[in-house]
Design a protein around this ligand. Structure first.
Ligand code: NOJ
Ligand code: CA
Length: 680
């Protein structure tokens, strides 16, 4: 029940209301006073800046909004009033990286009015947390304005120097699926968020947005020197956002931390989202799955019909048997429905979401799975033909619900600005994946899925902005280069050894990722002699702890797991729902070590991974419970392991440990260590 996940504790909300005809500067500080946001007016234009202690984090940066045929909320403004509030409450996640989340912030709401027409107003809302800042604008209902077309948001983020940063480009062919570039910020032009900066050894900053709801997503355009401007992704006609007043923007977020790991631990994005809207969440269950998937990417099988069709009755039963034997919750089957033959990326309108290929008996297989305590995981690849999908999706969800399918993976493979939209008068338009049209589509599907008690795993998604808090059936998504990139074009597409040491500080700050780790056959032998995964096998295990996802796949072929059941044990044991997450040590792009406590037992799990450099890390076990002993089940790179020449060697060891002990970990080149601390 919704009420079963209430606010646990509300320690106080207070506010005061001030009339300020035109103040010089209004400051709002984080509860611990470490972060200060200041708002100033300069000749009718609002500016904000952010400091942490004495360090400037964001230099004075402009705020403003321009409408078509409406008043400009960009100049000739005066402060009409402002108001402070403090909130301190703790809420419980349905699932996640930690069980309870404290939302402790100070809020400032500033109402600006047009100098020559005081009834024309815009409100800016700022929330300052101990881990950063969020702000948004609201255009309230007002005389003479109703339906608006927002043409431009002028929000700036002026960084204080040419910081080192990690980023991917926006408005490109492959959506969000690019390798991260590590460069000085002046090498950027138009980028997606999150973009993460190292301002100094003691100052890390990440820019993103939270609660992207019926709005264009925000890319960032570096206009000059160190200043980024909000670059709202337009509709095909150039309008950025359409709406009827009142409207509000998503939160623009600035996460700030002394350590890179602090960015991962920060719940700021979730705190800026609305509480859970679903009454009954009993059907929402994190878990692990296997699937008829990697064999298509390797070329062993096909999505389309023919002699190599992957989604056959026999093959699906083989995966269901494997899942049942090893305790997996779900079996994903791609290529089960008609529409895959020919160029499915170009012909997405041919997909039918309720008709199976003749060699896939969906009723029989769904029952076969259920009888073994396993569920099929549904698959809806749309090819980006969302009109075709929207026409069928309700029937498709009904079918799945009747068959006991609880999770559906969706897909939107279409390139660049290639999502077809038809106007009421029949005119065709092409839209971006991250414009308002698609933000609306993705949200519609999340809400409809909830109606049919379906959890979602979205590939080629809109970026993650924390809406999983509001709709906890929005489990996980892709939105970055996942494992599949290793199976395609050799060097040109393969993820490099440092890729997974960047993802936790960039893409995953937005939310969980369906990366699909767990490839044991890291060189692909007969299927693809030229391709491989650029890691050791032990690193593949550690990724289950490093890259958070409430639904994690064991992505490899069952036959590869059957050869290494001793190593596979870690994937069987690792949970996907956590009580506590602590980043023990990390450097962006170099290495990451994370400890997480299982939400359903007293066990802890640790993952550590490194880039192309071998390294030794120290794990201090001060997180373990005092007075308790644990059996550490260690899966580490073997002594000769090395991702290029000896990726397969995994050493498995066991030892007794307790709080206060420390462990040395030796990671091979692109290697890793995964440990289960089993509470005795
Ligand atoms: C791209 C997805 O990321 C991948 O996982 C899927 O197998 C293909 N599309 C086909 O839907
Ligand atoms: Ca993809």
């Amino acid at each position: 029940m919704k009420n079963a996940i209430p606010f646990l504790l509300v320690t106080g909300t207070s506010f005061c209301f001030l009339m300020t005809p035109n103040a010089a500067a209004i400051d709002v500080q984080s509860p611990d006073k470490s972060i200060t946001l200041s708002l100033t007016m300069r000749e009718g234009v609002p500016y904000y800046e952010v400091r942490r202690a004495t360090d400037l984090v964001i230099a004075p940066s402009r705020l403003g909004v321009q409408l078509r045929n409406g008043p400009g909320f960009d100049k000739d403004l005066v402060i009409d009033s402002h108001q402070f509030t403090t909130v301190d409450e703790t809420w419980r996640q349905v699932w996640g990286e930690c069980k309870d989340v404290r939302d402790y912030h100070r809020q400032l709401v500033v109402t600006l009015a047009k100098k020559d027409k005081p009834s024309t107003r815009i409100e800016w809302v700022f929330r300052v947390f101990n881990d950063g800042v969020g702000f948004r604008y609201r255009i309230p209902k007002q005389e003479g304005l109703s339906d608006i077309e927002l043409m431009n948001e002028l929000t700036e983020f002026t960084m204080t120097d040419n910081h080192r940063c990690w980023w991917i480009p926006a408005y490109q062919y492959n959506r969000y699926e690019y390798r991260y570039t590590d460069s000085p910020l002046q090498k950027t032009e138009k980028v997606h968020t999150p973009i993460t900066f190292k301002a100094s050894d003691k100052l890390y900053i990440s820019l993103h947005e939270a609660a992207l709801t019926d709005f264009a997503s925000m890319a960032l355009h570096r206009r000059e020197n160190n200043t980024f401007e909000a670059d709202l992704v337009p509709w095909s006609d150039g309008v950025k956002v359409r709406g009827t007043l009142p409207i509000q923007s998503p939160w623009r977020t600035i996460q700030i931390s002394e350590t890179p790991g602090g960015l991962i631990e920060s719940p700021l994005i979730l705190n800026l989202n609305e509480p859970n809207k679903l009454d009954d969440v009993s059907w929402i269950k994190p878990g692990k799955y296997v699937g008829i998937w990697w064999e298509m990417h390797l070329g062993k099988a096909t999505w389309g019909s023919g002699p190599k069709h992957g989604a056959t009755n026999d093959n699906t039963k083989r995966y269901i048997d494997f899942a049942a034997e090893h305790g997996f919750d779900g079996v994903l089957v791609e290529g089960w429905n008609t529409g895959w033959d020919g160029n499915w990326i170009e012909n997405g309108e041919k997909f039918n979401f309720t008709t199976a290929y003749p060699d896939f008996d969906i009723e029989m297989l769904a029952k076969y799975a259920r009888d073994k305590g396993v569920r099929l995981i549904g698959h809806h690849e749309t090819g980006g033909a969302v009109e075709n999908y929207e026409r069928q999706v309700e029937d498709a969800f009904k079918l799945y619900q009747r068959l006991g399918v609880r999770a559906v993976k969706t897909g939107y493979v279409a390139h660049a600005q290639n999502i077809l939209r038809t106007d009421k008068d029949g005119t065709k338009h092409k839209e971006w994946h991250h414009g308002q049209y698609m933000v609306r589509h993705y949200r519609k599907i999340v809400e409809l899925a909830a109606k049919y008690q379906i959890m979602l795993d979205v590939h080629e998604p809109i970026k993650a902005t924390g809406i999983r808090r509001t709709y906890p059936n929005m489990m996980t998504r892709e939105g970055a280069c996942g494992q599949e990139f290793n199976a395609w074009g050799g060097e040109a597409t393969q993820n490099k050894p440092d890729h997974t040491t960047i993802l936790p500080f960039t893409r995953l700050l937005g939310g969980p990722m369906d990366f699909t780790p767990g490839i044991f056959g890291v060189t692909f032998g007969e299927y693809q002699p030229g391709n491989r995964v650029s890691t050791t096998v032990a690193k593949q295990l550690a990724l289950y702890v490093i890259l958070y996802s409430p639904l994690h796949m064991a992505a490899d072929l069952p036959e590869n797991y059957e050869k290494r059941l001793d190593v596979f044990q870690f994937i069987k044991d690792v949970p996907t729902d956590w009580a506590v997450t602590k980043v023990i040590d990390s450097q962006i792009g170099d290495y990451v070590m994370i400890a997480r406590q299982d939400r359903n037992s007293d066990d802890w799990f640790v993952g550590a991974i490194t880039d192309e450099n071998a390294r030794e890390l120290t794990l201090d076990l001060s997180f373990l419970e005092k007075g308790r002993s644990y059996t550490a089940q260690i899966y580490r790179d073997g002594d000769n392991a090395n991702w290029e020449t000896e990726p397969y060697e995994v050493a498995i060891e066991s030892k007794q440990v307790k709080r206060g002990d420390s462990m040395k970990m030796k990671l091979a080149t692109s290697g890793g260590t995964a440990i289960r601390f089993k509470a005795n």
